[in-house]
Design a protein around this ligand. Structure first.
Ligand code: ATP
Ligand code: MG
Length: 353
């Protein structure tokens, strides 16, 4: 029996609604598989936890989850209780940083049964590989003078190690998919970091002769996501560019409610963390109408990561079958609720096994 220890953190808002649904799907996967067991540990770390304890997670929180095979997270943040910068820094960003989850992977794929806002939604299937630890999101910089003379400097940090590892990860995924790798750059406008980015990309591409490569400026590339997403395969991007591209990716898929993501630790010292792209959606929390597909697809990515790609593929097929049956939540034009969608995914899974 293969036993996988999963640290489960539902977090805030609809995270508390969609995480249990995705666990029901994982339980069905274990049943179908026969030789797989999930050992869940549940952690109530959230903004409510903060109100009670004055912190988002206990002092030894990281220690408590460090031995798990993966972390399964819902959404963090409830600005009515705790300012977002406090809740995110105290939980989500802390895990990402301390567990060295230096890469963020986000698929943008046209699923069967989905309706895209694109007028000609051809079958795109993009994997965005985003740098998750440095780049433009740095705290280095400062402000001088005041009033009309005020000047603000914001530094971006690009290290050879950080850039190389995210690109290598991109090359490897492109290799596995038998596809191509596009680098998101802006070396025609940004004087230092992006020419360096291009340099490292060109240097590394020599090691992967079987991967077709090209570089696109971020402005043009953003447009390509809308006008010809079917021409893109794996896309590697800096922290900021990857952030923007993955939101466009979620939008062209038809809803942020279905978009999954993984925060990947590369050195094997700490677990990776899987969380959907959407947030805690306080506007719909408590109504039972949140789309569970983002969290369920996220569970599929976790299965792939934990060495169960066949089970992962089955989950994605079950999601697509459910969508094709028209069993959808309101955000994607249906009138089913959270539980009904999950039930349909589980039924489809069982039919396929
Ligand atoms: P964050 O700041 O945590 O990144 P946000 O507050 O910017 O997130 P979300 O919480 O993702 O954004 O919500 C954005 C919009 O999308 C809201 O109107 C929300 O109701 C909707 N939404 C997000 N996730 C889902 C979902 N799973 N099902 C249905 N609607 C969703
Ligand atoms: Mg929010």
């Amino acid at each position: 029996m293969k036993k996988l220890a999963i640290a489960v953190i539902p977090g805030d808002g609809i995270g508390k609604e969609v995480v249990p649904e995705a666990l029901r799907v994982l339980d069905a996967v274990a049943e179908i598989h026969g030789g797989l067991e999930f050992d869940y540990s549940h952690y109530p770390w959230s903004c409510e936890y903060y109100i009670e304890h004055g912190e988002m997670m206990p002092k030894d929180g990281l220690e408590q989850i460090s031995q798990s095979d993966a972390i399964f997270l819902g959404a963090v943040g409830d600005p009515s209780l705790v300012p977002d910068h406090v809740s995110l820094a105290g939980l989500l960003l802390k895990i990402r940083r301390e567990f060295q989850q230096v890469i963020n992977v986000r698929p943008a794929k046209m699923l069967e049964g989905m309706v895209s806002p694109l007028s000609r939604p051809e079958n795109f299937d993009i994997m965005i590989v985003r740098e998750n630890s440095e780049g433009e999101y740095s705290s280095i910089g400062g402000r001088v003078h005041s009033g009309e003379d005020e000047v603000v400097v914001q530094n971006a940090v690009f290290t050879k190690k950080g850039v190389s590892r995210v690109m290598q990860y991109g090359f490897e995924i492109a290799q596995q998919r038998g596809g191509s790798l596009t680098s998101a750059t802006k070396s025609n406008g940004i004087a230092h970091s992006m020419p360096f980015w291009d340099e490292v990309f060109n240097e590394l591409s020599a090691n992967y002769p079987d991967v077709k490569t090209n570089s696109e400026h971020i402005d043009a590339l953003s447009a390509f996501f809308v006008t010809k997403p079917q021409t893109l395969d794996v896309v590697v991007a800096s922290n900021l560019f990857g952030d923007i591209l993955s939101d466009i990716g979620a939008a062209i898929m038809g809803s942020i409610g279905i978009a999954p993501a993984g925060n990947i630790n590369l050195n094997g010292k700490f677990p990776s963390m899987f969380e959907p792209v959407h947030g805690s959606a306080p506007d719909i929390y408590g109504k039972g109408i949140a789309n569970p597909i983002g969290q369920i697809w996220t569970a599929k990515m976790m299965l792939d990561h934990l060495g169960e790609p066949e089970m992962g593929a089955l989950v994605l097929l079950a999601i697509e079958e459910t969508l094709q049956q028209g069993i959808k939540t309101g955000d994607i034009g249906g009138n089913s609720n959270t539980k009904e969608v999950t039930d349909a995914v589980i039924a489809a899974l069982k039919r396929k096994s």
